[in-house]
Design a protein around this ligand. Structure first.
Ligand code: TXA
Ligand code: MG
Length: 318
């Protein structure tokens, strides 16, 4: 099993050797390796069992460092960076040679992000290379939001996990790129579209459910628990599946007839940010509950609710 701790020095010495380390971010935990080291990047794909057509995100701590590995930062990207970094936003930029094509799955752009977590920012500050880091889960499964989640699934395959506590945002970063110099969102995530649009005007949203590898985070089936999950009207679903044993994920309502160990209320007060922070833990807990499947409901489709609904939709697609 991996050692878990808060020792940045230990993380650095593993990373310098080409090993992988679990790292906390404000969104989800990442499985990190030296982005300039092709063999470390290859390890990431192997450990996650991730198909090679699905590109990774490069993480660093400053715009100066980003300029070492991207050809240019367009003005809109700079505005977004200044407003939202460090934070849950990933920007696609033209890569320089230093970034291996393995990392970008052959694409000419590299996904870049400055994450907002004190421990990881300090780690990145001390490194001379960016960290390639996908979410630290086996490909297709729910992303991890605690060090223990990483340990549970990848602990046997990596030496060290930096423990930064539970992730504050709890849902992956919003991914934005540019087509004809206009911003396009490829993945709904922790940075609200409303906030992005306030800064750069209307953005196109292209999170279609195809297998189009230009943004494979949009793969139709993703973020899935092992149990089957059905998303819809909970009153009807619970009724329909009674007396079967269902596990229930509700937004704010307590389904009192369902025993405590088989239900998870994302936010009793109906707060979308709290719901986002709890979503992946809820999916993991209910996946382990003594039930034959999971039923859940959509949340209001605004703010972080859009990203929550996106993840629920993909979780139920099989
Ligand atoms: O919040 C996050 O973004 C987390 C934390 C660890 O930073 N990372 C994360 O990585 O969610 P991952 O690998 O699970 O998802 C990254 C997604 C890929 O699936 C892909 O869709 C997209 O980023 N991506 C990466 N590079 C891309 C590129 N050049 N063009 C289009 N999409 C890209
Ligand atoms: Mg992922």
């Amino acid at each position: 099993m991996a050692a878990i701790g808060t020792n940045i020095g230990r993380a650095i010495s593993q990373l310098d050797k080409g090993d992988l380390v679990g790292i906390p971010t404000e969104t989800v935990y990442g499985l990190a390796g030296n982005a300039y080291d092709e063999s470390a990047v290859l390890k990431i794909f192997r450990v996650k069992d991730r198909p090679s057509f699905d590109p990774l995100i490069a993480h660093t701590d400053s715009i100066e460092k980003i300029k070492e590995f991207v050809k240019e930062v367009p003005d809109i990207a700079m505005d977004l960076a200044r407003a939202f970094w460090p934070g849950p936003l990933t920007v696609l930029l033209p890569k320089k040679k230093k970034i291996p094509y393995l990392l970008t799955a052959g694409l000419k752009t590299v996904a870049v992000r400055i994450p907002d977590h004190p421990l990881t920012l300090e780690l990145l500050r001390q490194l001379e290379y960016p960290l390639a880091a996908p979410s630290a889960n086996p490909f297709g499964y729910v992303s991890p939001t605690t060090a223990q989640h990483v340990q549970d699934q990848l602990g046997a395959k990596i030496p060290y996990i930096l423990d930064g506590g539970p992730c504050r945002v709890g849902i992956e970063s919003t991914i934005i790129g540019f087509e004809d110099h206009k911003p396009v969102v490829y993945r709904l995530g922790g940075k609200k579209i409303e906030e992005i649009e306030k800064l750069v005007g209307t953005v196109r949203i292209r999170t279609n459910m195809s297998s189009d590898p230009t943004a494979p985070g949009m793969l139709k089936s993703h973020y899935s628990p092992k149990k089957r999950i059905v998303v819809g009207n909970l009153d009807q679903l619970i009724d329909k599946f009674t007396p079967g044993r269902v596990a229930v994920i509700s937004f704010s309502k307590d389904y009192t007839a369902v025993p405590a160990e088989r239900k998870f209320i994302l936010s009793p007060s109906g707060d979308l940010e709290e719901a986002a922070a709890n979503l992946f833990s809820a999916l993991r807990k209910m996946d382990k509950a003594d039930a034959s499947f999971i039923v859940a409901e959509f949340v209001p489709d605004e703010g972080l609710g859009r990203a929550i609904n996106d993840r629920l939709t993909r979780a139920q697609a099989k």
